[in-house]
Design a protein around this ligand. Structure first.
Ligand SMILES: O=C(O)CCC(=O)C(=O)O
Ligand SMILES: [Fe+2]
Length: 515
C-alpha cells in the first residue's frame, strides 16, 4: 500500500505536467481563434468588396487551407498518449504493481470483514469514522456503491443491502452526483429479494421503472417479482426490512471469535487464575546474566508470553530482510498437501534462514533458551506481514491425523510448539485469540507468545485452535517459529497415556530445574 501511495504521487505529477502542456496548446488555439475573429471583424467592416482585392482573397484562401490545416493539427495534437505512456513506463520501471479489479474487491471485502468483526457502523465507516474517531475521508455514493457491489459479487446480500442503502442515502445529498440512482436501485432490489423481502424488492423495481423507463432489465424484473408474489399477500403496508447476516462461512465459532477480537474476554475461572504468575527464567547458563521475563497466561494448556525477548533493532532487521521476499501467504490443503491461497488467511509471508543474517541466527538460538526445546528440527523463521484487514481465521498449527501429507517431507514429526514474535504491532485489532480458551492476546512489541500444540502423548491439542484477528488500523508483523517433535525426546518426553491431558509446565518453570 505504501508503494502505491508513491505511485499516486507520480500520477499526480504527470497529470499536472499534462495539464500544463495542454494549457499551452489551448492558449495557442485561443490566439488563432482571436486572430480569426479580428480579421473577420475587419472584413465585416469593409463588406463584400473585401475579397475583390487579390491580397485579401489570397489571405482568406490561405487561412482556410494551409492555416486551417495547422489549426486542425494543433487540435489533434493531444498529448494524452505520451503522458499515459510515461505513467505506464514508470510503473514498469518501479516494479510497483498497480491494483486491479481483484484488489479493489479485496479491499472492499476487507472493509466488510472489519465492519463485522469490530461491529463498525456502515454510516460511520462511509464518513471516515472508525470507533468514534475521524480517521479517513468521506466516501462518495459511488465509493459506497462499490463496497456494496463487492459484497454482491460474493453473494453476500446482507452487506449488499446495507451498503446500497448507504449509497442511496449519500446520493441524496450529492451534487454533482457520482453515480446514477438507477444503478443502486437494481442492486438494492435484488438484495431485498435475497433477504426474503419480495414485496419491497418489487416496490423498489417499480420505482426503478419510473426513473428509468428504458432500463434494460427493470420491466422484466417487475414481472419476475410479481410472478413470485402470485397467490401471496400483495396489499397493505410493506413488510419491514430484516437484514440478517448469513453465518454460513465455515467458521463455527464465528461469534465467540469476533467477540474475543474486540477484547470481550470471558471471566477466567478463579481456580485457574491462581496458577498464573510471572517469573524470571534463569535456568540456562546464558540466562543467568540476562534472564527472560515470562508471564504464564494460561496454565492448561500452557500459553506463555516472553516479554521483551527481541530488540527494536532485531525486529527491524528481520522486517527488512523479509520485506523483499514477502509473498501472499498460503495454506496447506488438508488432503493433497498442496499449498494454496485462501480467503481465510490474508497476509504476506517469507521464510528466513539462520545463515542469512546473524540476527536471524541469534533469534533462532534464543528460541532454544526461551523454550528449552531442541531447535535442530525447527522450521525456519516465518515472517508475516498483515495489512488492511489482514487476518488468519481459526486454525491449528499442528497437522491433524487426516492431514496425511502435512510435514511428511520434513520427517521431523508434528509441530509440537509455536513461538510467535510480535515485531510490529497494529494500532488497533490484530489480536491472537484462542477461541476455546477464551484468551485474547493483543500484540505487544518485541514480546513472544508460546504454546504447546501437542499433548505429551503426541496427540494434537484441539484447545490450541487460534486465530489472528483482522488488523483494523496500522500494520502487524509477526514471526513464527514452529518447533517439531523430533529431537525433543529428552527435553519433553512422551506421556504414557495416549489421551493424557496433563502437561509439564516445569519445562518452562525455573523451580523445576536444579541450576
Ligand atoms: O499472527 C497471529 O497473531 C497468529 C498467526 C498464526 O496463528 C499463524 O501464522 O499460524
Ligand atoms: Fe497459527
Amino acid at each position: 500500500m505504501q508503494h502505491m501511495l508513491g505511485s499516486e504521487k507520480d500520477v499526480t505529477s504527470v497529470i499536472d505536467a499534462y495539464i500544463e502542456e495542454e494549457q499551452g496548446r489551448l492558449e495557442q488555439l485561443k490566439r488563432y481563434a482571436e486572430e480569426y475573429v479580428s480579421r473577420n471583424a475587419h472584413a465585416d467592416g469593409v463588406g463584400p468588396e473585401f475579397v475583390t482585392n487579390p491580397i485579401n482573397a489570397y489571405l482568406l484562401i490561405k487561412r482556410l487551407t494551409s492555416e486551417w490545416r495547422q489549426v486542425e493539427a494543433m487540435m489533434r495534437d493531444n498529448r494524452a498518449e505520451k503522458f499515459i505512456k510515461s505513467i505506464t513506463d514508470r510503473r514498469i520501471e518501479s516494479k510497483v504493481k498497480f491494483p486491479g479489479e481483484e484488489d479493489l474487491s479485496g479491499a472492499a471485502t476487507a472493509l466488510l470483514r472489519l465492519q463485522d468483526t469490530y461491529k463498525l457502523d456502515s454510516y460511520d465507516l462511509s464518513n471516515g469514522i472508525i470507533l468514534g474517531k475521524k480517521v479517513g475521508h468521506k466516501l462518495t455514493a459511488h465509493d459506497t456503491f462499490e463496497v456494496g457491489r463487492a459484497a454482491y459479487n460474493q453473494k453476500d446480500y446482507y452487506h449488499t443491502l446495507t451498503w446500497m442503502q448507504v449509497a442511496l442515502n449519500k446520493l441524496e445529498n450529492e451534487n454533482p452526483r457520482t453515480i446514477e440512482e438507477e444503478e443502486i436501485l437494481e442492486y438494492l432490489a435484488y438484495a431485498l429479494y435475497q433477504q426474503g423481502n419480495i414485496r419491497r424488492a418489487l416496490a423498489m423495481t417499480k420505482k426503478l421503472v419510473k426513473i428509468a423507463p428504458n432500463h434494460p432489465r427493470a420491466k422484466g424484473n417487475v414481472k419476475w417479482y410479481e410472478d413470485m408474489l402470485e397467490g401471496k399477500e400483495k396489499e397493505g403496508e410493506l413488510p419491514p426490512i430484516v437484514n440478517k447476516r448469513i453465518e454460513d462461512d465455515g467458521i463455527v465459532e464465528r461469534d465467540a471469535y469476533e467477540a474475543l477480537c474486540r477484547g470481550e474476554i470471558p471471566p477466567i475461572d478463579p481456580k485457574e487464575e491462581k496458577k498464573l504468575y510471572c517469573y524470571l527464567k534463569r535456568d540456562r547458563p546464558f540466562l543467568k546474566l540476562a534472564p527472560i521475563k515470562v508471564e504464564i497466561l494460561r496454565y492448561d494448556p500452557l500459553v506463555v508470553l516472553f516479554k521483551e525477548v527481541i530488540s527494536d533493532y532485531e525486529s527491524e532487521m528481520v522486517r527488512e530482510l523479509a520485506a523483499p521476499k514477502l509473498k501472499r501467504a498460503t495454506v496447506q490443503n488438508a488432503f493433497t498437501g498442496e499449498l494454496e491461497t485462501a480467503s481465510y488467511r490474508i497476509s504476506k509471508s517469507a521464510w528466513l534462514k539462520g545463515a542469512e543474517h546473524p540476527v536471524v541466527d541469534r533469534i533462532n538460538k534464543r528460541v532454544g533458551d526461551m523454550t528449552n526445546l531442541n531447535q535442530e528440527t525447527s522450521e525456519e523463521l516465518q515472517v508475516a506481514n498483515y495489512g488492511l484487514g489482514g487476518h488468519y481465521d481459526p486454525h491449528f498449527d499442528f497437522a491433524r491425523k487426516e492431514e496425511v501429507n502435512a510435514f511428511k517431507k520434513l520427517a521431523t514429526g508434528n509441530r509440537i510448539a509455536t513461538v510467535l514474535f510480535y515485531m510490529e504491532v497494529p494500532e488497533w485489532g490484530g489480536a491472537t485469540v484462542f477461541n476455546q480458551l477464551g484468551t485474547a492476546v493483543f500484540p505487544s512489541k518485541n514480546d513472544a507468545l508460546f504454546w504447546y500444540n501437542l499433548y505429551r502423548s503426541g496427540e494434537g491439542d484441539l484447545r490450541t485452535r487460534h486465530a489472528a484477528c483482522p488488523v483494523l488500523m496500522g500494520v502487524k508483523w509477526v514471526s513464527n517459529k514452529w518447533i517439531h517433535e523430533r529431537g525433543q525426546e529428552f527435553t519433553r518426553s512422551c506421556g504414557l497415556d495416549e489421551n493424557m491431558a496433563e502437561r509439564f509446565v516445569g519445562d518452562l518453570n525455573p523451580y523445576e530445574y536444579k541450576n
